[in-house]
Structure formats: structure tokens, C-alpha cells
Design a protein around this ligand. Sequence first.
Ligand code: SF4
Length: 479
Amino acid sequence: MALFTPGRRWQPPFYPFKKEKFGKRLLRKIERWVKGPLFGCRMCGNCLLQETAFICPMECPKGMRNGPCGGSTPEKCYVDETRPCIWYRIYKRAHKMGREEMLMEVLPPLDWDRVGTETWGDVIRSIKKYGTIKLVRSRFTRDKVQKEIAWESVFKPVRQPGWWQGDSLYHPPAYDEPVSELERQLRTGKFVVTTEVSPPLSTATGKLKRDIEMVKDHVTAINFTDSSSANPRMSSIACSKVAAELNADPVFQIAARDKTRTGLQSEIVGVNEMGIRNVLCITGDNARIGPSPTSNTNILDMDAVQMLWILRRIRDEGKYLDGREMKHPPKLFLGAAASPFASEPEYQALREHKKVNAGAQFFQTNMIFETDRLNVWLEHLYKRDILDKVYILAGVTPIRSHRMAQYLHSTVPGIRLPEKILSEFEKTDKSDQEKLGIDIALGIIESLKSIKEINGIHIMAVGWESVVPGIIADSGLET
Ligand code: SF4
């Protein structure tokens, strides 16, 4: 284990794709010899140590560079249970060192052209540009602001290349009229209901269409998951197109797990042509929890925060990531997943704040089974002053059986069921378990309706779509 990074390196160091001059090669070797034992450096060539409390974030199996995923717990990473979640360590140390707010800056994805190369050369050039003597002097001044300015002048250009320019600020959407029915209804202050329809396993769309027709008049929008739990199915884009053709308002989900930045940008320009406006950006479950043979478990090309940042800029500035401009940018209502119970609510709120700054306009949360704990999370969002910048749709799932309850509790990342619900299912006869699940869901909806910060619910029936209209009617949320 590296001296300052309390975690094992996930994969071996990167090697550069190109042959470099002797000086650069030598510098790379020295950097690796020094940063390897100290930080477990993987030589990503895009160093962020300054921002991550001097713990290398590339120890994360997903290569998350903007905070933990929704499946992490303080004890272990869900991709590799033998290691801790490195982002917990980063948060804890940042908190201790008073560097917590530095975690708010939206950090760029890797520039793969730099992967395997050194970063010290950039730092040296940046110091020279700023003035070596000026920097040394700034270290001895008592003026904290001057010290900070000098430090930032050197390191910001290194971690925020010209093609990215991330920051820690909120960027309100640069348009006035709502772009989708979901956005329109949320703006009116209505308590909205969205739901999910499971994408089919084959090319047959009969059931998909019937399910959409069955729920569309009861909800404001319908989500289509993007190969949830890393299980391939019909794509979210195809299902969203079918829904748009049936006059429903689709929420197109994109999992970073299966995307590159090129694919993301071209797809997003394309979906607008299909009448799709709501886009939910998620990092996605790791391939490790998917079926065998396991797909690529290498680090991701980008995370959900970076996806939001890229899409917000495409929409508001009409610019691709590479700077090319487009005359007619897509209209998008951008959403993100939120996991109120995945980790410490305080840490989770920091990540949620970052997503809002990056571009998230609405959250759909993970399944909620305890509203008391949800309130703790909301309290932290309130402290971060973001509740008026994002709509929150709380996730509700009717549990069908004791088996499903146990599966959700022990297998699905970021979900924990309270003991009370687990034991109720255990005590209930099999034939009555469906009714119990619906009653529990109705009780949760009732509690959620009374929380003023919650703007609606998102019903995830996981293949049990037939109960959705009944739940909506019984909860008094019929449109
Ligand atoms: S962020 Fe990249 S360059 Fe910095 S220590 Fe980690 S792997 Fe090395």
C-alpha cells in the first residue's frame, strides 16, 4: 500500500502510447518512482492529487474522479469487496485537512493522449510562467489569499486544461421555456409522478407498447433504464423513441459504463431528433454485478458528473467537448441519480451539490424505504443551498416478495431495507406478500407527500408495471 494513499492500486500503471524524448522519459520514470510508493500512482498523466486531499482517486476501480458512486459504503467498494472505497478516505482526509470544498470543483475526464506520461513537466512550466521567485515568496507570506492565488495560478492550469475549464460554481440553465412535459409540470409546482417501464429482452415491442399505454395517462414521464445491473436489454434510446411515438414523455437514461465521450455527444444530438428531451445521466452499475462473462471492468471514460458537464455545455453554449460549435444545439432537461443512503448523508450531499453545479436539474433518487433518513439527507442539501436549484423525485418500489426484499437488501448497491420491513415480509404468508409490498409503498408515498422539499415520486416497479396505475390511484396522485 502506498504511503499516503490508503488503498491498493487497482490496476498496473499506464504506459504511454507514444515514444517521447529522452528528457520526458526520464522525468516520467522519476515521477513514477516517487509517486508510486507515496501515492500508488497509476501514471494517469492528468494528476488531481491537489484536489483529492493527496489520495490518488485512480485507486477507484471505476476511475471515478468526481466522488464516489452510489454503491459505495464506508467499509468496502462494491466492485472489489476486498478494498475500501477510496472516496471515503478522500472525504475523511479532506474534512480533517479543511479541504472539503476543494472536492466541489468539476474535474475533467482523462485526456487519453496524456495517459502514461509525466505531469511534473506541466507543473514546472506553470511555475516558470507564474514566476519561480514569486511562488517561493508567496509561500512565506502571511496573507492567506495571496498564498492561495499563487498556488492556484500554478496548479489550476495543470488540472483544468483549456478544453475543460471546470469550476465549483452553479450554472443555471440558459433557456426560459420548459423543454419537456416533465419540466413544465415540475415548474408549475405540481407533485409529479414518473415511473419506469422495463425494456424488453428481445426485439418484440408488443409488451413494451402495452406497458407504456397502460401507464402513460397516469404519470408525467416514463424512464427506460440503460441495461440496469449491467444486463443487456433493448436500449434506452430505442424504448424512449417508442414512447415518444406513443405521445408519452420519455426519460432517456445513459449509463457512463457503456459510453465514451464521442458516443455520448453524438447520441445526445441524435436523441433530440427523436423528440427525446429528458436525459438522466448515471455512472451505472459496474460490469462485475452483471452476467458472466464479465464485460470490461477497466476505468470509465467519464463519470456521471462529467457527463452532465459535457451535456450542459452542449445545450447552453452549443459546443462539443473539443470546442467545435454547433448552430442548433439540443434541447435537454438534465437529470441525475441521487443516493440518499449510499454513504454518509453529508458526503452524499456534497456529491449531489456537484451534480447540480455540473448541470443536473432534477434528481431521481434510489429506492426510499425510510423517510427519517431521507430527511437527514435533505437537511444536508438545504445546508448546501441547492434545494431551489433542483427538483427531487423520490424513488418508490413496491416489493413483491420476501425474496425480492432480501435481494434488494443484500445485493443491490446503495440499497438497505430496514429490519422492520424485512421481518414483516418474513412473517407474512407468501400469498399475501404482494399486498404487503403495495401497502408499504403506499405508506411511504403518504410520508413523502408531506415533505415539502420533495417534488414528486418515481415509481420503480421492476417488471411489475401492472400495479403502477393502482398505486397512483390509491395514493390520490391521479392526474
Ligand atoms: S491522479 Fe494520476 S498522476 Fe496523480 S497520483 Fe493518481 S494516477 Fe498518479
